[in-house]
Design a protein around this ligand. Structure first.
Ligand code: ADE
Length: 332
C-alpha cells in the first residue's frame, strides 16, 4: 500500500517511522511519502492561507497550492506504476466519523493520499474538484477539534496499516480487537492479564488459568458485554438481538451491569473481576516526561514564517530511531 501525506508540518509525521508502521515500511509492506505543502506555493512568503470569504475568525487554506500538490503527488505515484486513482482522505472535524469498518475498507485500497488541513480548513473547492478525478473521503476521528489534520492522519494510518497482512506479529491479534468483526463484533474488549498470576496480591481471574477454552471464551464475552454496557450503551443499542445468545441476554440484564466498570480503578476490590484495565494510570507512561502541550505557541500564528523542515521528507525511513522496541512488545 502506498500512502502520501501532504502537510505544512512534515515533521509532525515522524511517528510514521517508528514501531509498527516503521517496521512495516522497512519490510516493504507500506510505502509512505510525506510532502511539504509549501513546496507548491509560488510567492516569496510561501503563503498557504488567506482570510475567509463571508468573514469570521481564522484563516482558510488556499486552493492553489493544494491543487498543485495533489496534481504533483498523483502524477508522481502514477509514474511509479499506480494505475488506479488514489483515494483522497481529508481528515476534518466536519467529516464522517472514522470507524474500524472504514479502516477495514481503506486497507483494501492500494493508494491513499492524506491532505492535512490547518486553520479553519481547506477551501471547499479542492475536495469538490478532486471528486472529479478520485474518490474523496472527509473523515473525523472524533467530536473534538484538533489543531490540524496531522494527528488524525497518524490515527487513521495506524488503524489501517496494522490491518495490512504481515504487519502485526501475531495475525490473531486483530481478532479480539474492540469493534473487530467476529465473536466480539460491536463490543469493547474486556480486561487482559499477563504474568505473574499473583501481582502484589492481585490475582488473575482463575478461569484464565483453567485451560478451559470454552469457559475462557465465555468469560471474555461476558466481560466485553459488561464493559460495553458500562462505557458504551450506544453500542449495546446497536447489537443485533439475533446474535445474542441466552447467556448474553442474562449478562446484559444483570443488575450489576450498570455499576461497572469501577469509576475508581485504584479501588482495592477484586482487580480481576471487573477492573478497568484501560484506566491503569501508571502503565508505561510518564505523563510529565516529554510532553509539553503548550510548547508550540507560534505554530499556527504566522504560517508564512515557519521554516521548511524538509520538503518531501520521508520521516524515519532509514533515519529515525530504531523502530525495534527492545521490551518485547508486540505492537498491539
Ligand atoms: N482536524 C481537526 N480536528 C479533527 C478531527 N476531530 N478529526 C479529523 N481531523 C481533524
Amino acid at each position: 500500500m502506498r500512502i502520501d501525506v501532504v502537510t505544512i508540518f512534515p515533521e509532525y509525521l515522524t511517528p510514521l517511522g517508528v514501531s509498527l508502521i516503521g517496521k512495516a515500511r522497512q519490510r516493504g509492506l507500506l510505502d509512505v511519502h510525506v510532502h511539504d505543502l509549501r513546496r507548491w506555493t509560488t510567492d516569496v512568503h510561501r503563503t498557504v492561507d488567506d482570510t475567509p470569504y463571508g468573514g469570521g475568525p481564522g484563516m482558510v487554506m488556499k486552493p492553489e497550492p493544494w491543487w498543485a500538490a495533489l496534481a504533483a503527488v498523483t502524477e508522481a505515484g502514477s509514474a511509479v506504476g499506480r494505475v488506479a486513482p488514489p483515494t483522497l482522505v481529508i481528515p476534518t472535524p466536519s467529516g464522517r466519523p472514522f470507524t474500524q469498518r472504514d479502516a477495514q475498507r481503506l486497507v483494501a485500497l492500494p493508494w491513499l493520499i492524506f491532505a492535512c488541513g490547518r486553520y479553519e480548513g481547506i477551501d471547499a473547492r479542492v475536495a469538490e474538484r478532486a471528486r472529479g478525478t478520485m474518490p474523496v473521503e472527509e473523515l473525523s476521528i472524533g467530536d473534538y477539534v484538533l489543531a490540524g489534520g496531522e494527528v488524525a492522519t497518524l490515527v487513521i494510518v495506524e488503524a489501517v496499516a496494522r490491518l495490512l497482512p504481515g504487519v502485526l506479529g501475531n495475525a490473531d491479534s486483530v481478532v479480539d480487537d474492540s469493534f473487530a468483526p467476529g465473536a466480539m463484533s460491536g463490543l469493547l474488549e474486556g480486561p487482559v492479564y499477563t504474568k505473574p498470576a499473583d501481582w502484589d496480591g492481585r490475582t488473575v481471574p482463575p478461569v484464565l488459568l483453567s485451560g478451559n477454552h470454552a469457559a475462557i471464551a465465555r468469560w471474555r464475552r461476558d466481560q466485553a458485554l459488561r464493559r460495553t454496557v458500562a462505557l458504551r450503551p450506544d453500542l449495546v443499542q446497536r447489537l443485533d438481538p439475533a446474535e445474542l445468545d441466552r447467556r448474553d441476554q442474562d449478562v446484559l440484564a444483570a443488575p450489576s451491569v450498570g455499576a461497572e466498570p469501577s469509576s475508581d480503578p485504584g479501588a482495592d476490590s477484586d482487580p480481576g473481576a471487573d477492573s478497568d484495565p484501560g484506566a491503569d494510570p501508571g502503565a508505561d507512561s510518564d505523563p510529565g516526561a516529554d510532553s509539553d502541550p503548550g510548547a508550540d505557541p507560534g505554530a499556527d500564528s504566522d504560517p508564512g514564517a515557519d521554516s521548511d523542515p524538509g520538503a518531501d521528507s520521508d520521516p524515519g525511513a532509514g533515519s529515525g530511531p530504531d523502530p525495534s522496541p527492545s521490551r518485547g512488545d508486540q505492537d498491539r
